[in-house]
Design a binder for this molecule. Structure first.
Ligand SMILES: Cc1cc2nc3c(=O)[nH]c(=O)nc-3n(C[C@H](O)[C@H](O)[C@H](O)COP(=O)(O)O)c2cc1C
Length: 209
C-alpha cells in the first residue's frame, strides 16, 4: 500500500514537472489535452452550492483574467468582486426596487444566486474595451472551471443597472473610475448542477479554398 502511494506521488511529480518544463522553452505551453478539455466541458452554471469561494482561489482566477490578451495592453477594464452575502442582497433589492414594472424575483434572480459576483467595467474611451472585457471574462471562467469552480456570464444585470437612476447606490458601491461603465457581470460558485452542452452550429465556420 505504502509503495502504491509512493508510485502515485512519483507519477504526479513527473507529470507536473513535465507540464512545467513544457512552458519553459520560450515557446507556447503544450497542455493541449487539459486546455481543450476545460474549454469543451465548461458550461454556464445557474445553480450553486451556497458556500463562498475562498479569496485565495478567486485571486488566482482574477490573476488569470488580467493575463488575458488585451488591446495595446491598455487593460481597459476595472473589476469589482462582491462576495459578501449582505452586499449581494443589497444589490439585488436595489435592482428590484429600480424596476417595479418587473417581477422582483425575476430581477433579483438575474444574478443566479451565485455566491460571488464579479462586476467588470470597460473604458468608454477605448473602442476595443468590450473585447478586452470579454477576453478577461473568458480567461476567468475557464481557469475557474479548471479549479472546479462554476461560472455564468451575465448581461441582464448590466441592462438592469446601467441607465437606471435608481441604481445609483450600486454604481456608488462599485466605485468605477470616471470614464468607465459596467459592461459585464460574471457569477462564480461551486456548481450544484451539471448541464448538458448546448448545440453549436459548425456551419458558422468554413475554410476558404
Ligand atoms: C455576453 C453574454 C451575456 C450573457 N447573459 C446571460 C444572462 O443574462 N443570463 C444567463 O443566465 N446567461 C447568460 N449568458 C450565458 C449564455 O446563455 C450561455 O453562455 C450560452 O447559452 C451557452 O451555454 P454554455 O455557456 O453553457 O455553453 C450570457 C453569455 C454571454 C457571453
Amino acid at each position: 500500500m505504502k509503495n502504491k502511494v509512493k508510485y502515485i506521488l512519483a507519477g504526479a511529480v513527473v507529470t507536473i514537472a513535465a507540464m512545467l518544463s513544457s512552458c519553459n522553452g520560450g515557446g507556447a505551453c503544450k497542455h493541449k489535452d487539459a486546455v481543450v478539455e476545460t474549454i469543451m466541458t465548461r458550461r454556464s452554471i445557474r445553480k450553486y452550492q451556497p458556500q463562498a469561494i475562498p479569496r485565495e482561489v478567486m485571486t488566482e482566477i482574477l490573476d488569470c483574467g488580467i493575463n488575458a490578451p488585451n488591446g495595446q495592453n491598455k487593460q481597459s477594464w476595472e473589476i469589482r468582486v462582491v462576495d459578501k452575502p449582505e452586499m449581494l442582497a443589497a444589490i439585488k433589492s436595489t435592482m428590484a426596487m429600480a424596476h417595479p414594472e418587473l417581477d422582483s424575483a425575476v430581477v433579483a434572480g438575474c444574478l443566479r444566486d451565485a455566491p460571488v459576483m464579479v462586476f467588470i467595467a470597460r473604458d468608454k474611451g477605448y473602442d476595443f474595451s468590450a473585447y478586452d472585457v470579454g477576453l478577461l471574462a473568458e480567461n476567468m471562467m475557464l481557469s475557474a472551471w479548471s479549479m472546479g469552480v462554476g461560472s455564468v456570464c451575465l448581461g441582464s444585470p448590466v441592462r438592469f443597472i446601467n441607465g437606471s437612476p435608481e441604481c445609483a447606490p450600486i454604481h456608488h458601491l462599485l466605485d468605477f473610475s470616471e470614464g468607465y461603465e459596467l459592461a459585464l457581470c460574471v457569477g462564480f460558485g461551486y456548481p450544484d448542477e451539471a448541464p448538458e452542452a448546448k448545440p453549436r452550429d459548425k456551419g458558422k465556420y468554413r475554410f476558404l479554398d
